[in-house]
Write a protein that binds this ligand. Structure first.
Ligand SMILES: [Zn+2]
Ligand SMILES: [Zn+2]
Length: 180
């Protein structure tokens, strides 16, 4: 299996991340209550293969008939995809398209998603202040386990007034008798 060029992978993941971030911010501006899960689902959809055969062959030629990340040779069309560099699948410009093998394509998208998620976690407070957080798909901060210690209920009267003091609340009858 051809080796993945990590720097190229990072480069494409960054470009995709920037595109996703832009798209994400635009969506947030448009609709603050929009569901991020819906957004994610849209991202997961395979890219619309609205490319013409001519466009595809141009992209392949530009990419020298190989995956631009690992260099795998283009043979079986099922093992390759045409990736929109900026993640905008409506921008089917040749310069916004590269040939990627399925494996590298998956990696680019998953790395970009991780970056986007990190961005949201980093900016959580800011986004929340702006009312832009919405349903973010970020798991809430994990709760730190608190040991299950059973504390005795405090006797307020006892604390404030001592056992023989005035009482603001009813106390046990034995204590009452004692106090009088
Ligand atoms: Zn590849
Ligand atoms: Zn893609």
């Amino acid at each position: 299996m051809p080796k993945i060029d990590e720097r190229k992978l990072e480069n494409y993941a960054n470009k995709l991340y920037k595109g996703l971030l832009k798209k994400y911010k635009e969506k947030l501006q448009k609709n603050t209550t929009f569901s991020f899960n819906l957004f994610l689902e849209q991202e997961k959809k395979p890219e619309r293969e609205s490319l013409t055969d001519g466009q595809k062959s141009k992209v392949r030629k530009n990419c020298e008939n190989k995956c631009v990340i690992c260099g795998k040779r283009y043979k079986d069309p099922h093992e390759f995809q045409y990736h929109h560099v900026d993640g905008n699948s409506t921008r089917t410009l040749i310069r916004n398209l590269v040939l990627l093998c399925n494996r590298c394509h998956r990696k680019v998208h998953s790395e970009a998603r991780v970056k986007l998620k990190e961005y949201k976690v980093r900016n959580r407070d800011k986004l929340q202040r702006q009312g832009l957080l919405g349903d973010f798909g970020i798991a809430s901060t994990p709760k730190v386990g608190i040991p299950d210690v059973q504390l005795k209920p405090l006797d307020l009267d006892e604390l404030l007034f001592g056992s023989s003091g005035k009482k603001t609340t009813k106390r046990k009858s034995t204590a009452k008798k004692k106090g009088k």
